[in-house]
Design a protein around this ligand. Sequence first.
Ligand code: C5P
Length: 422
Amino acid sequence: MLNGKRILLIVAGGIAAFKSLELIRRLRERGASVRCVITAAGAQFVTPLSLQALSEDRVYSDMFSLTDESEMGHIELSREADLLVVAPATANILARMAAGLADDLAATVVLATDKPVLAAPAMNVRMWTHAATVANVETLKKRGVTFVGPNDGAMACNEHGPGRMSEPEEIVAAIEGMLTAERPPFEKPPFEKPLTGKRAVVTSGPTREAIDPVRYISNHSSGKQGHAIASALARLGAEVTLVSGPVAIADPTGLRTVHVESADQMLAACLAAGTVDIAVCAAAVADWKAAHPAASKIKKKAGSEPPALELAPNPDILATLSNLGAKPGAKRPALVVGFAAETENLVANAIDKRKRKGCDWILANDVSAAAGTFGGEHNTVHLISAAGVEDWPTLAKGDVASRLADRIALHFSRPPKAEAAE
Ligand code: C5P
């Protein structure tokens, strides 16, 4: 907990600034007060009004504001905090901090502070690996600035690699490490990712059900959402097994991927992953398989009728994992999350599906052609739990994944009482 701790959050200009809004909420949930300073570039990404609404405090941006200076000089601003957090810390603000510049309020505040500083870098992978940034980060570390992240992953600029800002939950964990541990403030915090020690299994992609050795039944799932969820859980420290059907995308780094074809194989691989804390079923499992797949290619015979295809139901992986506790020796994951891809009555059908499958949460998404979810880059989802329905904004699939991973980390960080209310 961060009861009574005062955080001065400096928001610089990067696409990750939207995550700083969530960071403010997380910090306040834990009892901290947050006061924000925003750079001119930062204000291009999030509005001072959003920061003000979430922090319920005045937002500071102007070094030469007579009112601000008379009420709260920039030196006081930096001193009236227990910790300064620069998030997102762009290449530019890190360079200004390293050079000791005081060319705007944000840089001045960091230069004038006698409090510990935490930076959460966020930038394009080439900017992060550039010798100039590497040197600036080294300089700042030597001077006692603590860093959290960046993470590896897909970036807004369509590149892949280190440069993604840490997730709000990771930044909160770093802050808690710095402010609550009994040790000198400038020492590196014993930073733990919030899902460290948790095991997860994630299903992703389509399944492929053989009709004969060359033909199969499948669907359009790209695996993008499931793979992104597996990565996001791994970034937060979980030990992840990704069980993937046939997809055209690469295996994510930092986790184990098991490749399967059919629903039967997918279920077997999930069970073979052993006891897990978290199961996320994002795969688009084929509902039916060929009842009697042919061992050799079914031949076309001139003049004869096309063969009839008899179908048999596939196992329901989500329902099986949700009901694992029923069998002795098999432990149900503490949190089972499914998806409901619907084209109509989205939320009502998903609420019903949650009950039918016996899972804890359902992420409901609209897969009508107009929504462009299948194969697309974005997803608009609603999180359905026993507590009710959370409507999420339209987000890139990577951000849906990060948000889900954050929610899962939050779920496991809550005391058992709060859990029961969900
Ligand atoms: O029943 P429906 O296919 O709509 O349910 C969707 C959810 O159930 C998804 O989370 C999907 O991964 C999971 N599912 C499954 N095994 C099946 C069918 C669906 O795990 N055979």
